[in-house]
Ligand binder design. Structure first.
Ligand code: FPP
Ligand code: MG
Length: 300
């Protein structure tokens, strides 16, 4: 009876939250933490927690498709996770392999047009996982409604180091001029294929850290962050809608801050140089911004 009431209340709350939301983030990145703690609380082995977590991942993918979110990146295996006990590591590799094949063959994935990719040093994971990644990528390569990036053997610093090395090599061989090192030059070297800027980063399980996840695309874009206490297997649609509401509130103030920053830069450096620097940073003054001189005089 109490369960039934709780479910009813949750459904109503979901509808209220859904109505409050007017715009959704384009790219959501999730640190799906708390799987082993969930299992421990249930008196189960750690692997049961990861299995339950994979079910949440499937649900979140459906919510993203329903809401019109264009890209979802999930932290499935970090470079630090290589240090876990062998049995746990191997089980995670088995689970990732199983889920990638399952997703790649799922009718829902094909109906929704979900493209699956992997990010990270995937050459470091066992061949069975690499084969599953290649299969999922190939089966879904033609789609572009929603992109699912599975971060495997991923570490943000490692990704940036790889790019730094690549840029240094390019300059050393003369393929890249130092003055051509701009946002595009970095982004084209970061991942295999384009990745949208992250608008919202979500972490479950109570820790309030973004753990070296997508530093260029999330931190660099000053993504909104939503930290919540439920363990990943418990993460509900209400939690997800709350995260999106946080993004929306943050987005309004962020737009204002960005414009003010860009204006301050153009004022300090002068119109021509200021706009060139903004261009190099991948920033711009929003359309309709008043001419700088006028803005200066009106600020006096
Ligand atoms: C962190 O929780 C999570 C992981 C190490 C792996 C999560 C991976 C999945 C849920 C599989 C999903 C992938 C697909 C393709 C569906 P934790 O182990 O650190 O748990 P704890 O914080 O309680 O210790
Ligand atoms: Mg953890």
């Amino acid at each position: 009876m109490r369960d039934w009431i709780a479910r009813g209340v949750r459904a109503v709350y979901e509808r209220v939250l859904r109505r409050e939301i007017s715009g959704v983030p384009t790219h959501v990145a999730i640190i799906q933490d708390g799987n082993r703690r969930y299992a421990r609380e249930q008196g189960a082995e750690a692997k049961r927690g990861h299995e339950a977590g994979a079910e949440t991942t499937e649900q979140v993918l459906e919510w993203c498709a329903d809401l019109g979110i264009e890209e979802l990146t999930i932290y499935a295996f970090s470079t630090e996770n290589f240090d876990r006990p062998a049995a746990e590591r191997e089980h995670l590799f088995d689970l990732l392999t199983e889920k990638l094949y399952e997703f790649a063959d799922s009718d829902r994935i094909h109906e929704e047009g979900v493209r699956i990719r992997a990010l990270g040093q995937t050459h470091r994971v066992p061949e069975r996982v690499q084969d599953a990644i290649a299969y999922a990528r190939q089966q879904t390569a033609a789609y572009d409604n929603l992109t699912l990036n599975v971060a495997i053997a991923y570490g943000g610093r490692a990704a940036l180091l790889d790019v730094a090395q690549d840029v240094a090599d390019g300059v050393a061989t003369g393929d890249l001029e130092p003055e051509d090192v701009d946002v595009e030059a970095i982004e084209s070297r970061l991942y295999d294929g384009e990745l949208r800027d992250v608008d919202l980063i979500v972490r479950t399980g109570g820790d309030e850290r973004t753990s070296n996840f997508l530093p260029w695309h999330a931190n660099g874009n000053e993504a909104a962050a939503f930290f919540c206490t439920p363990y990943w297997p418990e993460f509900s649609k209400v939690d997800f809608l709350r995260a999106i509401r946080t993004y929306e509130a943050r987005e309004a103030s962020w737009r204002q801050t960005r414009t003010q920053r860009a204006l301050a830069l153009v004022r300090a450096l002068g119109e021509g140089r200021g706009r060139r620097v903004l261009d190099r940073l991948g920033e711009s003054l929003p359309d309709g911004t008043e001419p700088i001189e006028e803005a200066e005089s009106s600020a006096d």
